[in-house]
Design a protein around this ligand. Sequence first.
Ligand code: SAM
Ligand code: DTB
Ligand code: SF4
Length: 333
Amino acid sequence: MTIDLVSVRALYALPFPELLFRAQEIHRHHQDPAGVQLCTLQSIKTGRCPEDCKYCPQSSRYSTGLEPEPLMETESILVAARAARAGGASRFCMGAAWREVRDGAQFDSVLETVKGVSDLGLEVCCTLGMLREDQAARLKTAGCAVYNHNLDTSRDYYPEIIGTRTYDDRLNTLAAVRRAGLQVCSGGILGLGETTEDRLKLLVELASISPQPDSVPINALVPVPGTPLADNARVDPFDFVRIIAIARILMPKAMVRLSAGRTEMSDELQALCFMAGANSIFLGEKLLTTPNPGRNDDFALMGRLGLHALAASPSSIAAQGEEAVAGAGCGCE
Ligand code: SAM
Ligand code: DTB
Ligand code: SF4
């Protein structure tokens, strides 16, 4: 399907209720309309990143007061993964503040961890920066199902935010991830100072990846003191919902994840996002380094809205050992 910017602009110009209606029609046709995928995030290597992403508290270029931490040991990560599973998550996403994956002892350790987490019956996602196809293939063999690598914004606006790599570097990694047979998770951030046109161009870029990303995280900037974007204005809530709705319309089969920034969103705004087609969240009090609503709040909201947790898809769980089968249906209500 060719996705053209002109028709995407026309969607954005629709009256809000009309846009939501169209998104809901597509959502109901392709997704469980009351299901929410619950993912957890674990920062496995924190801070001291050589990249200059202007939004990121983990870049070594900015003084954000973040306490850096070296790569975590496999056993400590498995403790966190077991807790995530017990807490009702179906996907465990591990993030490292690396520019790129380098072969060697650290990557070997990540591979061992991936195997351990996958053996628990959790869908494993990694976000480790740029990588090559052979590295992606090793992750897949170890039991990783998904690789997260965000385009973040439009091609035009990208150089305003990141100078240490290019948009094509990003797309090349995504292509390598796909060739290795991993699922692609790629999305962006709203609130970087971009225009509406940049947001729509980002969605067109994402929807034009062939095949389309399996999941699309939409983050609202968490402004972190010390980063160049610390004083950015908040995104208008209705504009945010419109972008979620258009992501749903353009990528009907993707999980659309309401990602960073939820602590600043009211329950009502999050409900609108679910109505517009968002069907995934990160669970737990911390994202990588910044706060996230606690799981009690999230389960309370899901209860009030009559939403239920989606189980991990068995095909995404590489290992189906005894422990895996026990964990796969951790039907948290
Ligand atoms: N270093 C790897 C990379 O850049 O791909 C993986 C970790 S990086 C922190 C993952 C994603 O977190 C980024 O692509 C960005 O979209 C998001 N992110 C980072 N800081 C953020 C912030 N302050 N607000 C919202 N999203 C943020
Ligand atoms: C994504 O798009 N958002 C998550 C996940 N993918 C890795 C990360 C959000 C990070 C927010 C800032 C922080 O907590 O450091
Ligand atoms: Fe490093 Fe990723 Fe943060 Fe950029 S977004 S500074 S690459 S951790």
